[in-house]
Write a protein that binds this ligand. Structure first.
Ligand code: FAS
Ligand code: PHB
Length: 390
């Protein structure tokens, strides 16, 4: 099989790229190792920045998003008995976020590709790539029990952190940076109405917790746990005890319980591979960078990369210009490193570290006090949270 752009991975990056290329008259094939049902039901991110919402609306993907997405104008930081709301409206001249589950974005993108007879191959596992410096790079994959091959003109790795595309770049040529955190996040999806209008990030003596939501009847809660914990280490009783203890630290506020319909543990790491182009192979999204989810940046950075990559490929097919392809990595990395810093900042501010001296906790308390006092500091947090302008 041959196509113009071969895309590995049907996550937000791969699907959005295929959709935007189609709108530019460029043909692509998306190869996804999982089933359609799996990718449409995988619970992940929940927050869309203003810029991501605008891009999805411009690309004709906004119908359900406008109907079901929940516009938020602030977030609450809770430090023990103290609480402070970061008001996006006053601090960012009216920008905000929309709470809309990543799996809903995936459903909208798949529906749009299917409507356009796009070539999405599910349960098609890519096993290797070659000819990356030729004009016809090749993807080797397994589908329906057979070894298959896709030749293309550009090969895009949208296959996430554990995919095959980044390792196809020789390690000696990969410029990589990583920081691991001494904790993970346990996340639960709960059939219960949210207990607050906006997200609550809590730094408590027992550790971090986050109260988020997916709809008027679905809550999404997270708590910090040891990095090696397995989900079976956490009974429902233990999960709820920890969430109540860490979130119910202010008067007259209680966390609503309900049936837990999904649960999982996500490791926490910051990672960047600055080598986002290698011949005709280009990386986008989690294949190139990972952030701890505390800043709600993962999916938004994937969308940011695709904004640049779709423009670069469109320019090449339109008039053979290589300029945007050459600047693709640096164009992405400016926002990626801003997102990495903000995600590290929020993670450092809100989690409990095994810090016997108490030094880290006093830094956190000082930062919280400053956020409460200084509109300049609160503005910095707000403008990063709603998304830096392109
Ligand atoms: P994705 O990982 O979404 O998609 C990659 C796709 O490639 C997958 O569908 C995979 O099956 C496929 N693939 C991999 N190898 C392949 C192969 N060899 N052949 C074919 N297909 C292959 N971000 C937030 O902002 N907030 C959160 O709360 C949050 N929670 C997360 C929880 C988990 C468990 C994980 C893993 C990530 C979470 N993230 C969160 C980050 C997440 O939203 C990512 O940033 C986002 O999915 C990135 O999108 P993609 O780059 O498209 O990668
Ligand atoms: C979520 O709703 O899944 C969510 C929200 C904010 C975050 C991380 C995850 O920082």
């Amino acid at each position: 099989m041959h196509t113009q752009v071969g895309i590995i991975g049907a996550g937000p990056a791969g699907l959005l790229l295929s959709h935007l290329l189609h709108r530019a008259g460029i043909e692509s094939v998306v190869l996804e190792r999982r089933s359609r049902h799996y990718v449409e039901n995988r619970i992940r991110a929940g927050v869309l920045e203003q810029g991501s919402v605008d891009l999805l609306l411009e690309a004709g993907l906004g119908q359900r998003l406008l109907r079901q997405g929940m516009q938020h104008h602030g977030v609450e930081l809770r430090f023990g008995a103290r609480s402070h709301r970061i008001d996006f409206d006053s601090l960012t001249q009216g920008k905000g976020i929309v709470v809309y589950g990543q799996q809903e974005v995936i459903k909208d993108l798949i529906a749009a590709r299917q409507h356009a007879d796009g070539q999405l191959l599910f349960e098609a596992e890519v096993v290797s790539l070659d000819e990356l410096h030729s004009k016809q790079p090749r993807i080797h994959y397994k589908h329906n029990g057979r070894e298959e091959q896709l030749s293309c003109e550009f090969l895009i790795g949208c296959d996430g952190y554990h995919g095959v595309s980044r390792p196809a770049i020789p390690e000696s040529e990969r410029k990589e940076f990583e920081r691991r955190y001494p904790f993970a996040w346990l996340g639960v999806l709960v059939e219960a109405a949210p207990s607050a209008e906006e997200l609550i990030y809590a730094n408590s003596a027992d550790g971090f917790a986050l109260h988020s939501m997916r709809s008027p009847s679905l809550s999404r809660n997270y708590l910090q746990c040891p990095p090696g914990d397995r989900i079976e280490d956490w009974s429902e009783e233990r999960i709820w005890d920890a969430l109540h203890t860490r979130l119910e630290t202010v008067p007259d506020w209680n966390l609503r319980e309900g049936p837990i319909v999904e649960r999982g543990i996500t490791p926490m790491r910051s990672y960047v591979c600055e080598t986002m182009r290698h011949g005709r192979l280009l990386l986008a999204g989690d294949a190139a960078h990972i952030v701890p989810p505390t800043g709600a940046k993962g999916m938004n950075l994937a969308i940011s990369d695709i904004r640049y990559l779709s423009a670069a490929l469109t320019a090449w097919y339109r008039d053979g210009s290589e300029e945007l392809l050459d600047s693709y990595p640096s164009d992405c990395l400016r926002r990626v490193w801003r997102g990495e810093h903000f995600s590290w900042y929020m993670t450092s501010l809100l989690h409990r570290f095994d810090d016997d001296s108490g030094f880290q906790q006093r830094l956190q308390q000082a930062e919280f006090d400053y956020l409460c006092y200084s509109s300049a500091q609160a503005t910095a947090l707000a403008e990063n949270y709603v998304g830096i302008a392109y």
